[in-house]
Design a protein around this ligand. Structure first.
Ligand code: ZN
Length: 288
């Protein structure tokens, strides 16, 4: 089962949120039939969105991440709720690229870096907060670190990884966001940096030990105290009513076309592939 652990250093200056997201990433892969490199791109973004979403305190809050780097994978959209449950899709799930010389999946090339990472935080009241940064590399973790630095002015380091098996299923996925809180003493940032370098690939730790060892490694020397532990999953919030409302809100010309055709309307949820079919009578009520 996927989970998030949040911890803070004993001095209160360093916070970390760690996620293990193998199951939700595998679910995304099954739904969208993604190639390994797209599974990695989407999986890293799902992990990031889950951690950021779970930091939004209000129960009705939601987070939408849009990454549009101009690469062959196309635009990626991920939505998280305030418990960290996520859903997402990518424009070209079948985009494929050769691996890098290092043997790693070339996520940066698949996503591209000619575009923006944008984050919309909707707290269910007033105007949503939105921030955007130019993509740094399309490798996702660096791009989110830039987002935190520019849009939220929080010094952060992130790592996200997805390990894909030879049969294309997800072996391990997850990552962390580590942040320095206001008033952090000199020298602490260097210690954090050293830990990060020592940790190496997050998927190695997640696949062998899970989230707790990752917290301990990233927070080595900081006597971390666990604040919160919670389960997360791939979860879509679509339903018939929402899709019926969407059909009803089409413009007049499109509705006329549907009426002229006289056939039921089939809609498909981009996030979970659920299909909803509406007989003409069902929305004839709305047409009046
Ligand atoms: Zn859905």
């Amino acid at each position: 089962m996927d989970e998030i652990i949040k911890a803070i250093s004993s001095d209160g200056f360093v916070s970390v949120a760690v996620i293990s997201s193998k199951d939700l990433t595998e679910r995304a892969r099954m739904i969208h039939g993604t190639t390994p490199v797209v599974t990695a791109a989407l999986g890293r973004t799902l992990a990031a969105a889950s951690l950021i979403g779970s930091a939004m305190k209000k129960p009705e809050a939601s987070l939408t991440v849009n990454i549009n780097g101009g690469g062959p994978a196309g635009t990626m959209i991920v939505v998280a709720d305030s418990d960290g449950n996520v859903r997402g899709y990518v424009q070209n799930p079948l985009a494929d690229l050769p691996k890098k010389a290092s043997g790693k999946l070339d996520v940066g090339a698949a996503v591209g870096k000619d575009g923006m990472l944008s984050v919309i935080k909707d707290f269910g009241e007033k105007e949503p907060y939105s921030g955007a940064v130019r993509l740094v590399s399309g490798e996702i973790a660096e791009d989110f670190a830039a987002y935190f630095a520019v849009s939220e002015q929080i010094p952060s380091a992130c790592a996200f990884g997805v390990l894909v098996d030879t049969d294309r299923s997800v072996l391990a996925a997850g990552g962390y966001i580590i942040q320095l809180l206001p008033g952090v003493p000199d020298g602490l940032a260097e210690l954090v940096e050293r830990n990060i370098n020592d940790v190496g690939a997050v998927t190695n730790i997640l696949s062998s030990g899970g989230t707790q060892p990752l917290v301990e490694l990233v927070m080595k020397g900081f006597s971390p105290r666990v604040l919160e532990r919670s389960c997360v999953e791939y979860r879509c919030s679509c339903n018939r009513e929402r899709f019926l409302a969407a059909v009803a809100s089409l413009d007049k010309g499109e509705l006329e076309d549907i009426r002229a055709k006289g056939e039921p309307v089939e809609t498909i949820c981009q996030f979970c592939n659920s299909t909803y079919t509406f007989e003409l009578e069902e929305f004839s009520l709305i047409w009046k």
